[in-house]
Design a protein around this ligand. Structure first.
Ligand code: NDP
Length: 419
């Protein structure tokens, strides 16, 4: 259940965030990313953090991770990135060479790599992670005023991580720990919760911000855009059937409600299409009619019909628009906000400094212990790379974040920095 603690109607007309005390049923799917089914829960990996709100205006999905940034900022690289992290097509083994090869050509990934190889990459449980919306979205209020928004779900259980050694031990002795921990805590009435905060950027500020605000590899500094409290999400019920609910749940960042819209974040624009495409492939064209995905609190009126395993099929409702029989008509009140554009359109890489934010993390946020663990956690897989050229390229990138970061890693893996 999600409950608004601080009314957001000044910023968005989305009913879900309007009115203190407003409650909306929701479903949260927590997952690992790179491993296949049966991989121990604890291994180093980002964690998927996907929320579906069943609002009276339709379903709204936030499909994010436990990290505020992602490895890449251009969706054209998404399949390539995923393939580089998965198994080699010939050996069917995960290969540190291909993992680091991709990263050595993708400096925008350094921020997320630094977080992933810190102890945040091996959380103690699903209850002890934060969730982030990954992208920049638009919130639009009843007067049409636009703010760009980033979501932060902060765990009320507190962040709790494991060292590499603790994680390795848990993978051996208790591979289903995270699943069991979450299930048991909900079942025992110790309901985990997260406080939702947002960062809000007035639309007019966007063009002048020091970073391209639509870059998924960057955060907005809390000092520039402080966290604003919105509400609390509490997990008070387990699924009754894992396959029906968890396996068949289908999220998409394109599931919006009035008052929430996409921004020109390139990764988001790609995901708006790729997620529904994957769900149609995985579950069939009518996957939104499966109970866990069904926007059951809203009346669905559209022109989609037929296909395999449809239920109801919207009865005798007309399946075309416009029509002469009083059927559904277009509703301009839910049209997306207009936006000013000027200049040239074209394909270009996001122009941001990819080293400054991981430098801030390394120098100003991490403790000495965090830095020690990061070096140790990275040294293992980087030592396993057999291609020296890739190791040298990676060391040069870490050095560019901060000389001490690159030098310490170079010493840890016994490969000299190439001057
Ligand atoms: P702040 O000092 O205001 O924020 C730092 C934030 O870093 C904290 O609020 C916390 O956010 C997060 N954090 C704390 N310890 C760790 C850790 N060991 N590993 C990863 N994240 C940690 O500074 P800025 O907002 O200017 O950000 C500085 C750097 O902090 C950024 O470059 C980014 O790398 C990192 N960061 C920033 C976030 C943001 O949205 N601004 C969010 C997370 C990290 P939280 O409670 O969300 O974990």
């Amino acid at each position: 259940m999600f409950e608004v603690t601080d009314d957001m109607s000044a910023y968005t007309k989305a009913a879900l965030f309007n009115g203190t005390g407003k409650q909306t049923p929701m479903f949260l799917r927590l997952s690992s990313v790179a491993g296949k089914r049966g991989t121990p829960d604890s291994v180093r990996d980002p964690r998927g953090f996907s929320v579906k709100f069943y609002t009276e205006e339709g379903n709204y999905d936030i499909v994010g991770n436990n990290t505020p940034v992602f490895f890449i900022n251009d969706p054209i690289k998404f399949p390539n990135f995923i393939q580089s992290q998965k198994r080699d097509p010939a050996t069917n083994l995960t290969d540190p060479n291909q993992i680091f090869d991709f990263w050595s050509h993708s400096p925008e990934a350094l921020h997320q790599i630094t977080i992933l190889f810190s102890d945040r990459g091996t959380p103690y449980s699903y209850r002890h992670i934060n969730g982030y919306g990954s992208h920049t979205f638009k919130w639009v209020n009843a007067s049409g005023e636009v703010h760009f928004v980033k979501y932060h779900f902060k765990t009320d259980q507190g962040i709790k991580n494991m060292t590499n050694d603790e994680n390795a031990e848990m993978a051996k002795t208790n591979p289903d720990h995270h699943t069991k921990d979450l299930y048991d805590s909900i079942e025992n009435g110790d309901h985990p919760s997260w406080t939702l905060y947002v960062q809000l950027m007035p639309e007019k500020d966007e063009a002048a911000y020091k970073y391209d605000s639509f870059d998924t590899t960057k955060v907005w500094s809390h000092k520039d855009y402080p966290l604003i409290k919105v509400g609390k999400m509490t997990l008070n019920r387990n699924p009754e059937n894992y396959h029906a609910e968890v396996e068949q749940s289908a999220f998409s960042p394109s599931n919006f409600v009035p008052g929430i819209e996409p921004s020109n974040d390139k990764m988001l624009q790609g995901r708006l299409f790729s997620y529904p495409g994957a769900q149609r492939h995985r579950l069939g064209g009518n996957y939104q009619q499966i109970p866990i995905n069904c926007p059951y609190r809203a009346k669905v009126v559209n022109e989609y019909r037929d296909g395999i395993v449809t239920t109801g099929n919207q009865g005798k409702q007309e399946n075309y628009e416009p029509n002469s029989h009083g059927g559904p008509t277009q509703d301009s009140s839910v049209a997306w906000a207009k936006e000013e554009t000027n200049g040239q359109c074209g394909r270009y890489a996001i122009q941001n400094d990819h080293f400054e934010q991981p430098r801030g993390l390394w120098n100003n946020v991490f403790s000495d212990t965090d830095r020690d663990h990061l070096i140790k956690n990275l040294a293992g897989p980087l030592s396993a790379v057999t291609n020296k050229d890739i190791q040298e390229k990676m060391l040069a990138l870490f050095y560019k974040i901060d000389p001490s970061y690159g030098t310490r890693l170079s010493e840890a893996i016994g490969v000299p920095l190439k001057q």
